[in-house]
Write a protein that binds this ligand. Structure first.
Ligand code: BTN
Length: 249
């Protein structure tokens, strides 16, 4: 894994795309910044990226080989598991993944994953897997907290450095991202386990609106298996917008 470091950049995902565009990117390259001026999250949101308190990292993912075309949703899952592994290795307990990309402790967001692709070449699809992990922040902007509870390793009592967090995260990404091709069964099992949703009653925002059912399984190939009023249903991963626990009336 080659490491590109920036004191400040627009977005590490953007730096990865720039390297892809100018032909210098290699599979597995990592781009890590101390701050971002245009860090972005999912659904057009900004990602709060102050200097020296958060970890902002992106990895170029462009595997070769016949079985190497990853499902983007699987890369999001692998990225989420990697940041979960890193947080655990740094001492965090009780963290879980909120479908599809949020690392949560209690009810507060500690990290997020943004997988993007541009101008996909079907012969060699290339993705950028971006991860933001809150490390040393002791406060967050009011407008961010108005959206949702947010936390950091420091607020959770873990006193660590950005470099140590980066080492754990990049190692975990190097372990987890290949599983999208080499072990999709294990990846789906670990992801479902990390969400705590196996056997739960959920509401899935899917292709035809909301579906309510009980989670019976997950595979990368067939998606989320639900038992519903009308029988078993598989919702393909690419079509799952959100999954939340059903509230009991
Ligand atoms: C989310 O939860 O909405 C995803 C957040 C992803 C943020 C990371 S920080 C590193 C990389 N560069 C970006 O601009 N975004 C991702």
């Amino acid at each position: 894994m080659r490491l590109h470091r920036y004191d400040v950049c627009d977005s590490t995902n953007e730096r990865a795309f720039a390297a892809i565009a100018d032909g210098t990117a290699r599979h597995g390259d990592a781009h890590v910044a101390s701050s971002q001026t245009a860090g972005r999250g999912r659904r057009g949101r900004a990602w709060f990226s102050p200097l020296g308190t958060g970890l902002y990292a992106s990895v170029v993912w462009s595997p070769r080989g016949p079985s190497a075309s990853p499902e983007p949703a699987a890369l999001t899952m692998a990225g989420g598991l990697a940041v979960l592994d890193a947080a655990r290795a740094l001492g965090i307990e009780g963290a879980w993944l909120k479908w599809p990309n949020d690392l949560i402790v209690g009810d507060a967001k500690l990290a997020g994953v943004l997988v993007e692709a541009r101008g996909l070449d079907p012969a060699r699809p290339t993705y950028v897997v971006g991860v933001g992990l809150n490390v040393r922040q002791t406060e967050f902007p009011a407008e961010l907290l108005a959206e949702r509870p947010v936390t950091s390793l420091a607020l959770l009592g873990i006193d660590t450095t950005i470099d140590a967090a980066s080492e754990h995260l990049l190692g975990a990404l190097a372990d987890r991202l290949p599983t999208t091709s080499t072990d999709p069964t294990g990846l789906a099992r670990d992801f479902l386990d990390a969400t705590g949703l196996a056997g739960a009653s959920v509401v899935v925002d899917g292709p035809d609106g909301e579906v309510t059912g009980t989670v019976r399984g997950l595979t990368i190939e067939t998606g989320l298996r639900l038992d519903t009023d009308v029988g078993p249903t598989d919702v393909p991963l690419a079509l799952v917008r959100s999954v939340r626990r059903a509230t009991v009336a």
